[in-house]
Design a binder for this molecule. Structure first.
Ligand code: AVJ
Length: 346
């Protein structure tokens, strides 16, 4: 029987009771442990000496994920559309470069929309497995639903952090199967350059020689274009950024006054990145009871919430080599400087 296997593995640290039959208990556990880790990350970031910061991975609660989805439709933000155009146009060519049989893992699958083109191209020539790795359970469920119509595919989702999830995928793979890892959307850009290479090297260590990684990288572009992409006219990116404070209010009972913080996008020329900050419009005090914090903000002081690093096409080849891969092919979009890069594990 070769029907669709749609099955979420929920054995991560946040859902230790996943084997229990009572789903209410599971959800409760998940939320409690998660906000505990959230509270300690918020505490660490906001009590740093010097620049206050919050980790960008916390943008993506249900509301934040919906706002990001809207961002990807903004005329100023061409990144996601460029990524999708490249995948749609070149999926067959990408898949033709891989040795069969191949199974697919995706780090941060989101809705699964981008994986579809690759999976359909593979499914035309063989049965395959798709292993989305995603910390958002709702995204994982959406992605399993979205892709379940593709014939000859089995889907097993992992509600885990990227590397933990990939380790489990590697344990699941059949010996004869090559693995194709998808890391799309230029999420790599949220790491600074050394951390990005370290992350790629960690991915490489989980893989076998001959496995591959399809990496999406946003490329350098004029400052004016970049600033508009991260500070759009409608204010959607501002809402996306401010939602982080709203989330701290919702989940940690804080009293951030959202009207007293402004969204700021800033180019960092040295780092070749664009940063997002939340700037305090005046001197103010904020309380975060669940993180046991009382914070002072000076007028103009900022919380650094995200960096998105931008790459040159050539440097991506060097990154591959530094992490134990060879960049076998690169596709660049004509409308928005963005590259899809096929890395082969050496
Ligand atoms: C999803 C991390 C690639 O850095 O461009 C969009 C997130 N931040 N607008 C990016 C984001 C502001 C996005 N990534």
């Amino acid at each position: 029987m070769l029907g669709h296997t749609v099955n979420a593995h929920t054995t991560n640290a946040h859902t230790t009771n996943a084997h229990t039959t009572n789903s209410r208990t599971i959800n409760f556990q998940a939320i409690r442990n998660f906000s505990c880790e959230f509270a300690s990350d918020v505490r660490d970031g906001l009590t740093r000496p010097g620049q206050k910061e919050l980790p960008s991975k916390y943008f993506y609660d249900d509301l934040g994920s919906a706002l990001f989805e809207v961002i990807s439709h903004l005329p100023e933000y061409g990144l996601t559309r460029a990524d999708e155009r490249l995948l749609q146009r070149h999926a067959c060519e990408i898949v033709d470069r891989l040795d069969a049989p191949v199974a697919v893992a995706e780090l941060g699958s989101g809705s699964g929309k981008k994986a579809r083109w690759i999976l359909e191209a593979i499914a035309r020539r063989q049965r395959t497995s798709y292993y989305p790795v995603e910390i958002s359970r709702s995204a994982l469920l959406m992605c399993q639903r979205e892709l379940s119509d593709i014939d000859s595919i089995s889907i097993v989702g992992f509600e885990r952090e990227y590397l933990d999830g990939l380790l489990e995928v590697a344990a699941h793979r059949q010996r004869s199967q090559h693995l194709l890892v998808l890391f799309l959307g230029s999420t790599i850009g949220n790491f600074d350059r050394p951390a990005g290479i370290k992350f790629l090297a960690e991915v490489r260590r989980i893989l076998e020689p001959g496995d591959s990684l399809l990496l999406g990288t946003d490329l350098e572009k004029p400052s004016a274009q970049l600033l508009k992409a991260y500070d759009d006219e409608l204010g959607v990116t501002a809402a996306f950024n401010l939602n982080l404070l709203a989330r701290v209010n919702r989940e940690l009972d804080a009293d951030f006054d959202l009207g007293q913080f402004a969204h700021v996008a800033r180019i960092n020329r040295q780092a070749r990145s664009i940063e997002m900050h939340l700037e305090s419009k005046r001197r103010q005090t904020v309380r975060i009871p669940a993180a046991d914090l009382r914070l002072e903000f000076a007028e103009g002081e900022t919380i650094w919430t995200e960096s998105s690093h931008k790459y040159s096409p050539e440097e991506v080849f060097q990154m591959a080599r530094a992490a134990g891969f060879r960049c076998q092919a690169q596709w660049i979009d004509e409308q928005w400087p963005f590259a899809e890069n096929l890395f082969i594990a050496e």
